[in-house]
Design a protein around this ligand. Structure first.
Ligand SMILES: [Zn+2]
Length: 146
């Protein structure tokens, strides 16, 4: 993941991290379809509201000076907000770390250890999916597979 400006639409079924008005927060949103060359239909993974995602205009000249600083600051803030959420969740998680296994069943606030992504805390648990906050990013994993 990088904060580089997108120059083409993310692929259908991939995820894009962008703001959700309904959640009033940045969320991972699933790309449902491409409406045209610069617009896609996306669905928020958390509240499932659907909306349009527009590519930033490519006509914009390279951002410099104060605007560039502001943009870097915004990216930094977003990273810090994620780190804070991760830290808070780890601190409030119940019990010890459980090894992640797609056959196991996990609940909200469980702390898990993933062989690849490391320690994460579950912030949402559905029938067959869990949303896990890892140190670097939020991932949706399967669980409760029988
Ligand atoms: Zn949302």
């Amino acid at each position: 993941m990088s904060d580089a400006v997108l120059t083409s639409l993310p692929a259908v079924a991939s995820r894009v991290f962008t703001s959700c008005k309904k959640c009033a927060a940045d969320r991972y949103q699933i790309v449902l379809a491409h409406t045209n060359a610069t617009t896609a239909k996306v669905e928020c993974e958390v509240c499932h509201s659907k909306k349009s995602f527009k590519l930033p205009s490519t006509k914009v000249k390279k951002v410099t000076g104060a605007a560039a600083t502001k943009k870097a600051q915004a990216a930094e803030n977003r990273k810090n907000a994620h780190s804070k959420e991760f830290g808070d969740l780890v601190a409030s998680a119940q019990g010890g770390e459980q090894s992640y296994n797609m056959k196991a069943k996990f609940a909200m606030n469980d702390k898990i250890k993933h062989h690849k992504f490391g320690v994460g805390v579950i912030r949402m648990s559905l029938q067959d999916k869990i949303e896990v906050v890892f140190e670097d990013e939020i991932r949706v994993l399967v669980h409760n597979r029988t």
